[in-house]
Structures are given as structure tokens and as C-alpha cells.
Design a protein around this ligand. Structure first.
Ligand SMILES: [Cu+2]
Length: 279
């Protein structure tokens, strides 16, 4: 499946502990159909949050522009060859699949330069939200250094052509998953909180665009498209139960969505085990 107001906050460590990390969170707000947020962001690893005030499901995809290309070029390309994105855009991830009245956050790695931010999720008529106005420019500013990751992961999710590989089980609670694209195509992950007894495959079979209810489950975030070799971090609030992982991106040659090639996975999230007290 392949949204945004800026509120820049700081998570301040309590009690002035010397280990305090000032992790800045940059917020974008999605509406039907507009994206609000900052016009520039420091390069390096950044925590980005998307709050959805709309009634449709939204995302914010970070796309690096090559030199010489502008936002107007992207808009022209979308108008003439909808709905596919121009191949010269480089995918850096972003916040994926946020339902109405929900929010989600990820860490993305930005280099200095110009970006286009957009929502590629289709509306009820199958038209990407970017074509209804959910597209804006952003400049990555600062040093060329890539910087250190800001999050410590609980697990690693490798994206291959065409499968997900998770390094280990996930327990309920606030969790961070490190995503690495080991494939030769761009990939994404959409997280689904599955209904009792349902699977990611059933979610796909019953999926209709436009934020309509799906009896097999509901979107709870994810990471938008990442180019081969790129990485990102996904922050999740997991409940005990079953989740589905899906990649909706299409093969550039055949047009087949990656989930149809095997890029889906069901996982069980276990409750946190509390060790029994000794006698
Ligand atoms: Cu994929």
C-alpha cells in the first residue's frame, strides 16, 4: 500500500540522568487529502511520526530527488503515467498504513538534498492520495555524514525478493524492529492486527481501498518503500495475538504486487513472560 503539521518534540530523560538521549520526533499530520509538516529536516537518522486526522488510511513516503529534478517533475509524471512513481525517485522509507485517529512512527535515514513526501495509498476509486494533494517538498539539511541509528531494535526484519525474514519472536509491548532491504527491488511492510483466526492472506482477499473496514484485520502502521540496501526502524505498540506483514509494492516489470509473490507473513506476538519468583 503503497499523509502530514509539524510539532517538534523532545523526549527528555527524567531526573537529568547522564545517559539521557534527546531524541527529536518530527510530526506530520494527514487529512483527507492533505499532508502537513516541516519543510526541512536534518540529515542523518530521524524519528518521524504520522498522525492521521482523516477518515482514510494514510502514509508518508520519503523519496529523494536526483539533482535536476523537482517536485513539479514528480507531479507531472504522476499526472501523465498514474499511478506508478518515476523510477528516478529513491525510496528512503517513511510511516506506513496509519488508520483514522491513530498515529505511528519510524526512523528514516536522510542524506542532504531534496525530497518529495507523498501518500501513495489509493482512495476508494483506486487513485493514489498523492494525486489528490497529498504531496509536498522537504529539504534534508546538514552534514553529509549518515549518523548513528537512534533506536536499539528488539528484532531485525529482512526484506527479500520476495519474502520477509524475522530474526526472532516479538513480545507484546513497545517494540522496535530494524528493517533491512536485502532484495534487488524496493520493499515495504504494512502491519496488520489480525482478527481472531484470520491471516494476512485473508486480509488481502477482503481488502478494499478507501479506509473501509476489513473483517480480517486492521492496519497498525509499517514502514514505506525502502530501496535495495536501505534500512529503517519501525516502532510498534504490540498486543498479544496474531499480526500479518504485507508488501503491496509492485514488480516494476510484471506489475504483480509483492504479496502475490510470497511477500506476506503471519506472526504470533506473545504476552511478556514475567519470571516466577523464587521461594
Ligand atoms: Cu516487496
Amino acid at each position: 500500500m503503497s499523509g502530514w503539521v509539524v510539532i517538534s518534540g523532545f523526549v527528555l530523560a527524567l531526573c537529568g540522568l547522564p545517559v539521557s538521549v534527546g531524541a527529536a520526533v518530527t510530526t506530520f499530520v494527514a487529512e483527507d487529502y492533505a499532508l502537513t509538516g516541516p519543510e526541512q529536516l536534518d540529515s542523518g537518522w530521524q524519528t518521524v511520526r504520522l498522525i492521521n486526522h482523516g477518515r482514510d488510511v494514510h502514509q508518508v513516503q520519503f523519496l529523494a530527488l536526483p539533482s535536476g529534478k523537482t517536485l513539479a517533475d514528480v507531479e507531472r509524471a504522476m499526472a501523465s503515467r498514474s499511478p506508478s512513481l518515476p523510477s528516478w525517485l529513491r525510496r528512503h522509507g517513511g510511516v506506513n498504513a496509519v488508520r483514522p485517529d491513530a498515529e505511528a512512527s519510524v526512523d528514516v535515514q536522510l542524506e542532504p538534498g531534496d525530497y518529495v513526501l507523498l501518500c501513495g495509498i489509493p482512495d476508494v476509486a483506486g487513485r493514489p492520495h498523492a494525486m489528490r494533494g497529498m504531496v509536498r517538498a522537504l529539504r534534508g539539511v546538514g552534514a553529509a555524514a549518515l549518523g548513528e541509528p537512534v533506536s536499539r531494535p528488539d528484532a531485525t526484519l529482512r526484506l527479500n525478493d520476495f519474502a520477509f525474514a524475522l530474526s526472532g519472536p516479538l513480545q507484546a509491548g513497545p517494540r522496535t524492529v530494524h528493517l533491512v532491504n536485502d532484495g534487488r527491488q524496493a520493499h515495504e511492510v504494512v502491519m496488520i492486527r489480525l482478527a481472531e483466526g484470520a491471516s494476512a492472506q485473508e486480509f488481502i482477499a477482503r481488502y478494499r481501498p478507501g479506509g473501509l473496514p476489513n473483517s480480517a484485520g486492521r492496519e497498525v502502521g509499517g514502514l514505506t518503500g525502502l530501496d535495495p540496501g536501505r534500512e529503517g526502524y519501525l516502532h510498534l505498540e504490540l498486543e498479544p495475538g496474531r499480526y500479518g506483514l504485507l508488501c503491496f509494492l509492485a514488480d516494476p516489470v510484471t506489475g504483480a504486487p509483492h504479496f502475490s509473490r510470497g511477500m506476506w507473513m503471519d506472526i504470533d506476538v506473545r504476552p511478556v513472560m514475567i519470571p516466577a519468583e523464587g521461594p
